[in-house]
Ligand binder design. Structure first.
Ligand code: 6PG
Length: 465
């Protein structure tokens, strides 16, 4: 009997949908899950494409063509290691395991080394796009042994999202680079989501706009240069009223933002890399602050509330669109800064243009601006997105609107922390002289940490008092 070319372990929403996507593209695939219910679900949905599911691991393994290509889509953490342990006695040298979950890249590093010693190839592959993406075209970020990529390349390219007929998947780099790039993707995702939420807040509280008008504004923006998946779903969210409810659903949703941790990982790692990702860091902190609802309720009684302001709404919304564009560009620039640093520090040899290229479709942060990033990094010597002339022109066009918005927000006590972070980062980035000379003096004063001078070579220490 002809064997199947791909196996999936974990037939939950993501695993099942990705496998069905492969089957739709003509690949013969096998699915494995411990749960009979999940296997039955796959067998029912995949009946037209002869997709085969089993609860028996040995049957699963023997159904696959060698060298085997097996993907795990199971929750990140200990389960990934447990599955690897179950698989090991059944695999042969040259087989490939792909972890398609949101694993921490350092775990992927360990697994990569561990499996390499056993002659098994390992890929950490970020997959973005949620349920729909998995079913009809995700963006995928595979990293690991390049030779092993050739085996799965045709399958991954076939099932991925396409932009201008180009697949939203490419070999990212060695080791854990695939999971690293996905982690940064998620960090950017956190900041972009927080930015949209802050824009919502100033329209609601500052301008006193009703939900319909706010939804219309998001819709209009999404038709222009801000076109993005996140604005698209936001537009849908502003149109959804649950049966029996008076107002649209978001008015009933508790204002505590949960997180699975990938945004936090990005911030933690950016500190290690000394990449300044202020927008991402702030977005992570705001999710944390949102969870302190009890404190916020008490503080709301202690301090005055945010207030509305009078202004020409048309002009204001024009500025707000500029500000959202500005802060979006800064957010992506910080994400790319982090990838640039990781590429050097962790020897990932990332092709930054390709990272932007595969984010243009299928993933959560897909947006019109990714094409600009893709174009900018065609210049292999570009070190920072904000140093690209075309991007600089866009920043200069939108900067004034950003300042106007934040002026109003500060006056009206409306919190816009990621917009503020973006602007402050930019103001620091574009200055030839930062006040950090004073920090150096203070460090030398209290700790004899020494300093360098701008007029003489060498290391100096002063007896300050
Ligand atoms: C994606 C998403 C996906 C997941 C987020 C949610 O790219 O498809 O990023 O990976 O939905 O990790 O993250 P939080 O639960 O932390 O918001």
């Amino acid at each position: 009997m002809e064997k199947n070319v791909f196996g999936m372990i974990g037939l939950g929403t993501m695993g099942r949908n990705l496998l069905l996507n492969m089957a739709d593209h003509g690949f013969k695939v096998t699915g494995y899950d411990k749960s009979e219910e999940q296997v039955a679900h796959l067998n029912k949905e995949g009946i037209a494409t002869n997709t085969y599911g089993t609860t028996d691991l040995k049957t699963f393994i023997s159904s696959l063509k060698t060298p085997r290509a097996i993907m795990m889509l199971v929750p990140a953490g200990k389960i990934v290691d447990a599955v690897i342990q179950d698989l090991l006695p059944l695999l042969e040298q040259g087989d490939l395991i792909i972890d398609g979950g949101n694993s921490h890249f350092t775990d992927t590093d360990h697994r990569f080394t561990f499996l390499k010693e056993k002659g098994i190839h390992f890929f950490g592959m970020g997959i973005s796009g949620g349920e729909k993406g998995a079913r009809f075209g995700p963006s995928m970020m595979p990293g690991g042994d390049e030779k092993a990529y050739d085996v799965v390349k045709p399958i991954l390219e076939a099932v991925s999202a396409k932009v201008n007929h180009e697949p939203c998947v490419t070999y990212i780099g060695p080791g854990a680079s695939g999971h690293f790039v996905k982690m940064v993707h998620n960090g950017i995702e956190y900041a972009l989501m927080q930015l949209i939420a802050e824009a919502y807040e100033i329209m609601k509280t500052g301008l006193k706009m009703d939900d319909a008008a706010i939804g219309e504004t998001f819709k209009t923006w999404n038709q222009g240069r801000l076109h993005s998946y996140l604005l698209e779903i936001t537009t849908d969210i502003f149109q959804y009223t649950a049966p029996g409810d008076e107002k649209i659903l978001i008015n009933y949703i508790k204002d505590e933002a949960k997180a699975k941790g990938t945004g936090k990982w990005t911030s933690q790692e950016s500190m290690d890399l000394q990449a300044a990702t202020t927008c991402i860091d702030t977005a992570v902190s705001m999710r944390d602050l949102s969870k302190q609802k009890d404190w916020r309720l008490k503080a709301a009684e202690l301090y005055p509330p945010a207030k509305a302001f009078q202004t020409d709404a048309k002009v204001f919304l024009h500025d707000l669109e500029n500000a959202l564009y500005f802060a979006t560009v800064i957010t992506y620039a910080q994400g790319m800064e982090m990838l640039y640093k990781a590429s050097q520090e962790l020897n990932y040899h990332l092709n930054l243009a390709n990272c932007a290229k595969i984010w243009r479709g299928g993933c959560i942060i897909r947006a019109a601006f990714l094409d600009d990033i893709y174009q900018a990094f065609q210049n292999k010597n570009l070190q920072h997105l904000l140093l690209n002339q075309a991007v600089a022109d866009k920043i200069k066009q939108t900067e004034k609107g950003t300042r106007n918005i934040l002026h109003h927000a500060i006056e009206a006590q409306i919190s816009m922390p990621v917009f503020t972070s973006a602007l402050s980062y930019f103001d620091s980035f574009k200055t030839a002289r930062m006040p950090s000379n004073l920090i150096q003096a203070q460090r030398d004063y209290f700790g004899a940490h020494t300093y360098e001078r701008i007029d003489q070579e060498g290391i100096f220490h002063t007896q300050w008092n």
